[in-house]
Ligand binder design. Structure first.
Ligand code: CP
Length: 314
């Protein structure tokens, strides 16, 4: 069974297929519904809050002719300790696919191990691959051709600032390898990529080349894309005060952004916290493409779902 849990779960040819389909779906959205998921019901199992991911998946499944069913751990028997093994087996008898947002990456891996339907990673503490594909599509759209992400992204420098141990930073390191980008990370030393992520790279046989520095100016110099994310990820709320204090030097201000290339893109997966990881001035600037990123979640995820549905039918 084909799942989408990590950036490298699709081959280069499959990535081209997904991006081409996403571009087509975006271009033709107004012309009506597609039927890739006709007669299907996909579950959305969310252990964490979400606006973009949940809504874009629900709308996307609907626009592909399917139905969605939103589930959470509190109101299902998962919250009372039913095993992932049994839950995955049972849900596979009802549903045609399962989109999961959860905490530990091992949870989604266990679901995928026991499900007989495609499982999609809608964010774990380790990776956020749907966001990354939508972001790469958005960059290609702005700097090249969204149907040809490899040519559009190759050699581009992406600088990620702030909590460089978070799922988005990890996902960018993997995307850097897949799309031949230069990934530069800048954050406090305590928030460098963590051993569990290095273990994942080793398991995947991915030899990723990235720079880490605690000097934000050095990291941003010459960047084509400047990216940041929330400093206090879901599940880290107890560390809020100390995280904010240590990450202040890595806030994306107009002054810092001016060290990048003049036409550099500013990106953020949202939700944003103006005045913390990014200034309002940067968010209001013409370099910001955050709403294109959010929109492209819809088109790219539809293409991912269509691909998984088609592969599981054969
Ligand atoms: N970027 C993102 O995943 O947004 P949500 O948490 O709102 O889904």
């Amino acid at each position: 069974m084909k799942h989408f849990l990590k950036e490298n779960d699709f081959s280069n040819d499959e990535i081209l297929e997904v991006f081409d389909r996403a571009a087509h779906l975006k271009q033709n959205r107004k012309q009506g519904l597609a039927n890739d998921l006709a007669g299907q019901t996909w579950g959305l199992l969310f252990y964490k809050n979400s606006t973009r991911t949940r809504v874009s998946f629900e709308v996307g499944i609907n626009e592909l002719g399917g139905k969605s069913l939103v589930l959470d751990q509190k109101t299902t028997q998962i919250g009372r300790g039913e095993s992932i093994h049994d839950t995955a087996q049972v849900l596979s008898r009802y549903l045609h696919g399962l989109v999961i947002r959860t905490f530990g990456h091992e949870i989604i891996e266990e679901f995928a191990d026991h499900a007989n339907i495609p499982v999609v990673n809608a964010l774990t503490d380790l990776l956020h691959p749907c966001q990354i594909y939508a972001d790469c599509f958005s960059i290609a759209e702005k700097l090249g051709d969204s149907r040809d992400p490899f040519a559009s992204l190759a050699g581009k420098k992406l600088t990620f600032l702030g909590d460089t141990s978070c799922n988005m930073a990890n996902s960018w390191i993997m995307a850097g390898k897949l799309f031949d980008m230069k990934v530069s990370l800048a954050g406090p030393q305590d928030f460098a990529p963590k051993p569990d992520f290095h273990d994942l790279l080793n398991n995947e046989g991915m030899d990723c080349d990235f720079q880490f520095t605690s000097d934000p100016n050095e990291a941003v110099t010459g960047a084509d894309i400047v990216y940041t994310d929330v400093w206090v990820s879901m599940g880290s709320e107890e560390e809020e005060e100390s995280r904010i204090e240590s990450m202040k030097p890595f806030a994306v201000t107009s002054e810092l952004l001016s060290q990048a290339k003049p036409e550099a893109l500013f990106m953020h997966c949202m939700p944003t916290h103006p005045g913390l990881e990014v200034s309002q001035e940067v968010l209001d600037s013409s370099q910001t493409i955050i709403f294109d990123q959010a929109e492209n979640r819809l088109h790219v995820q539809k293409a991912i779902l269509a691909k998984l549905a088609s592969d599981s039918a054969t």
